[in-house]
Design a protein around this ligand. Sequence first.
Ligand code: AMP
Ligand code: GLY
Length: 404
Amino acid sequence: MRVLVIGSGGREHALCRSLSLDPQVSELHCAPGNPGVEEVATLHPVDPLDPGQVAELAVRLRVDLVVVGPEAPLVAGVSDAVRDAGIACFGPSKDAAMIEGSKTFAKEVMRAADVPTARARTCVTEEEAAAALDEFGAPYVVKDDGLAAGKGVVVTDDRDKALAHARACERVVIEEFLDGPEVSLFALCDGSTAVPLQLAQDFKRAYDGDEGPNTGGMGAYTPLPWAPEGLTEQVMREIVHPTIGELTRRGLPFQGVLFVGLALTSKGPKVVEFNARFGDPETEVLLDRLETPLGGLLMACATGELGLDPVFKDGSAVTVVIASEGYPEAPVKGDAIKGLQETGTAYVLHAGTARQGDDVVSAGGRVLAVVGHGPDQESARQAAYDLVGRIELRGSHHRTDIAR
Ligand code: AMP
Ligand code: GLY
């Protein structure tokens, strides 16, 4: 099987690494990729947001499967163009990806499918926003309606800040605050059925102790030994199946991964957000533990032939993100990185790097995702942090409390 992966972050490096370990995958390509991905795949300098360019590349390479990583290409219609060219694609259509691309659309689908989530109002004017803030009360939750690369959500007790965010966005969803631990469940979908991956948790705040600004994610671990028994089955029953059923009813069959961000509230699990793609950095730990070969699994989703639930290895995986100086506000780029050699129990995935002569340099906010694994969470955590300690990147920062 020849596979082309679209994207350039830690998630795509994780996908390519796992695909390269699948004996069924005979050829692996990535566009545009990064210096880490280059160790396992052939890179192509193609604009991932241009559906025509991606489809043309897929045809030229004669690949059997295209895997779309990030949300922006999905919302731009890359999957549609690939399917129109007659090639199987893992990734929902532009219209189905609106489950992530529009919070209002996601809320509408959830309402129609009777899926538990925070009560919400879509607001355009400042008067509407003010009224919604007062209806739900503090803590205030204000979300940009569209894609905002992890920067669209403000959660605050300060009504002025909440209103200022609403003013800065064209359209916002203001919703009830959900209390309780957050977990991520990813469901692989083939257009009619869905199967769950293992539960994972990420750490969204920039600094230790869940302090500081929201980020794309500073670390993650799987499995969750503390998760309530039967949670996965409950989420599949109450959330995933009704949601994909409702999308199908609307003529939008979902082929790809439905990412369910959940709050475990006192009234049961409720949806915080849906994404139409693998989460980053949860994917880095999930794929470390996945035993079922990835190529066959993604192909089954793309061709409507999903079968048994994926199987996971025993043990635990922990990933720690190394971020550049100034991340998330103003990441500094272009610093050399040293010490990337893997150990027996940990390895480095590239998230925001570039090649400069013989050096690998930082080229984004989240630069590296270091993955450690072991028989239990503590050994996996230790393995990840041992390798983090060997990596040199001037000015970088990381959290020291991932999975503790
Ligand atoms: P999102 O981009 O929707 O995942 O939101 C980013 C983060 O904001 C989430 O991971 C939560 O920590 C927080 N958040 C979003 N919606 C809510 C909510 N209704 N109640 C509490 N926290 C929320
Ligand atoms: N880890 C959260 C996300 O990918 O949005």
